[in-house]
Design a binder for this molecule. Structure first.
Ligand code: GSH
Length: 200
């Protein structure tokens, strides 16, 4: 059975847990402590979770790479659209979410200096909530059918439904404080639907 290195409250590990369950893949879990990376360092040569180790010894680190690896090795049921233009749209979403969307909450968590700066970052996050509301206008999931896009975004966007963070991570606090569901009923429903999905 493959092994998944994970940690409590890890958003990026939850992405993989959702994808594994969708594909019906069972894993052994190694839950690391944030204060001791030894197990994941020894397995992968780097300290971050998630990491997936296959039975044949293949080691895949990074949630986006793991989702693509799962699709390549276990294509059924799919997580990525087969139609090329839809797949390209998902590729754009992957890049945008991690390289752009995560920027403002990371900047707030890293101690954006002034009130004005925080207000500007918060406004960007709030505006993007309308983008998700719009994406959900025509279907139950972000890009049509349930896909890797939903796995990628849900563990982060779900913080918009919380009134307090479950841990003391500054990034999670920034999400709770600056993601609003007010006036976004489709996004609120999607969070509820996604929350009911199984995880490995
Ligand atoms: N790009 C990586 C990021 C992995 C990552 O930042 N993992 C977090 C948990 S969600 C972690 O291990 N954080 C520990 C730390 O930064 O000290 C991915 O998508 O998997």
């Amino acid at each position: 059975m493959p092994t998944l290195y994970r940690a409590h409250f890890s958003t990026n590990a939850e992405r993989v847990a959702l994808a594994l369950a969708h594909k019906g893949v069972e894993v052994d879990s190694v839950v690391i402590e944030y204060s001791d990376r030894t197990p994941v360092l020894e397995a992968s040569g780097q300290p971050l979770v998630p990491v997936l180790v296959e039975d044949d010894g293949t080691v895949v680190a990074d949630s986006r790479r793991i989702l693509r690896h799962l699709e390549a090795t276990r294509p059924d049921p799919p997580l990525f659209p087969s139609e090329p233009s839809h797949r390209a749209g998902l590729d754009v979403f992957f890049e945008w979410f991690d390289e752009v969307w995560k920027g403002p909450p990371n900047a707030i968590a890293d101690g954006a200096s002034s009130e004005a700066e925080i207000a500007a970052l918060s406004a960007r996050m709030d505006g993007w909530q309308d983008v998700f509301e719009g994406l959900l206008g025509g279907s139950d999931h972000l890009l049509g059918e349930f896909s890797a896009a939903d796995c990628l975004a849900f563990p982060f966007l779900k913080y918009g439904a919380l009134t307090e963070s479950p841990d003391d991570d500054g990034f999670h606090h920034a999400l709770v404080d600056h993601l609003s569901l007010a006036g976004r009923p489709r996004l609120a429903d999607w969070i509820e639907r996604m929350d009911e999905r199984p995880r490995a």
